[in-house]
Ligand binder design. Structure first.
Ligand code: PEP
Length: 251
């Protein structure tokens, strides 16, 4: 059995003071939710406050991005080693907003996953097609390309530690969610890819999350799909009661 994983992506929301308050509320509300793994990913600057507030709780902390290099002349950037030292244990990589707004391509995303692994951070690799790609019948081709670009550089033991988040771009922040059947279909494709390239245990144990307008009202049906092992949640993760309702959907 794969344990469900719920990840809250706070995006560029909540300064350190606000993040401390949100983390405190989540800590209280989610203290009984020990049936699943829970991670929150605040903005870089708010990570120390959240790490401190969530110490010895059942909620872990992640980052939303990192630089591919460990250190050097990269003004304004943050390395995996810095995030790890600040108390993060996970890192989202290749979110569609990074790909679309900041020009991250498969090659850079792969280098960033490698940087996570070197730093001891658990990567959450985001993949997903645009609406135009879906309409053109390219879902499998796009998602396979994005997954293979990263996994071709990994051995089986490491591959099994990388979480994949399928996030159709047309469903992120739009209120439009993939149907449980649409999500399941792509998740099965991704698991099939892992089975094709690695020994069976990788596909059996790897967690594949769904992301894109997940809410309390649709979480249970999405999380009930055979190959949906959790959710990456944006907007709703900023509202403690809404995030709780999603987490409860994994029970
Ligand atoms: C996300 O940012 O990864 C996301 C899924 O956002 P939302 O839940 O707001 O669609």
């Amino acid at each position: 059995m794969r344990r469900k994983l719920l990840v809250g992506n706070w995006k560029m929301n909540r300064n350190p003071v606000e993040a401390d308050g949100l983390a405190g509320n989540l800590r209280k509300l989610l203290s009984e939710a020990t049936f699943a793994d829970i991670v929150v990913a605040p903005p870089f600057l708010s990570i120390p406050a959240v790490v401190s507030r969530l110490k010895h709780s059942n909620i872990e902390v992640g980052a939303q991005n990192l630089h591919a290099e460990a250190s050097g002349a990269f003004t304004g950037e943050i390395s995996g080693e810095m995030l790890k030292t600040a108390g993060a244990s996970w890192c989202i990589v290749g979110h569609s907003e990074r790909r679309q707004l900041f020009g991250e391509d498969d090659r850079l995303v792969s280098a960033k996953v490698q940087a996570c692994l070197r730093a001891g951070l658990r990567p959450i690799l985001c993949v997903g097609e645009t609406l135009a790609e879906r309409d053109a019948g390219q879902v499998d081709a796009v998602v396979s390309r994005q997954v293979e670009a990263v996994f071709q550089k990994l051995n089986a033991e490491i591959a099994a530690t990388v979480t994949i988040a399928y996030e159709p771009v047309w469903a992120i922040g739009t209120g439009r969610t993939a149907s449980p059947e649409q999500a399941q279909e792509v998740h099965a494709t991704i698991r099939g890819l892992l089975a094709k390239h690695f020994p069976a245990f990788v596909a059996r144990t790897s967690r594949i999350l769904y992301g894109g307008s997940v809410k309390g009202s649709n979480a249970r049906s999405l999380l009930g799909q055979a190959d949906v092992d959790g959710a990456l949640v944006g907007g709703a993760s900023l509202v403690p009661e809404d995030f709780l309702a999603i987490v409860e959907g994994a029970r």
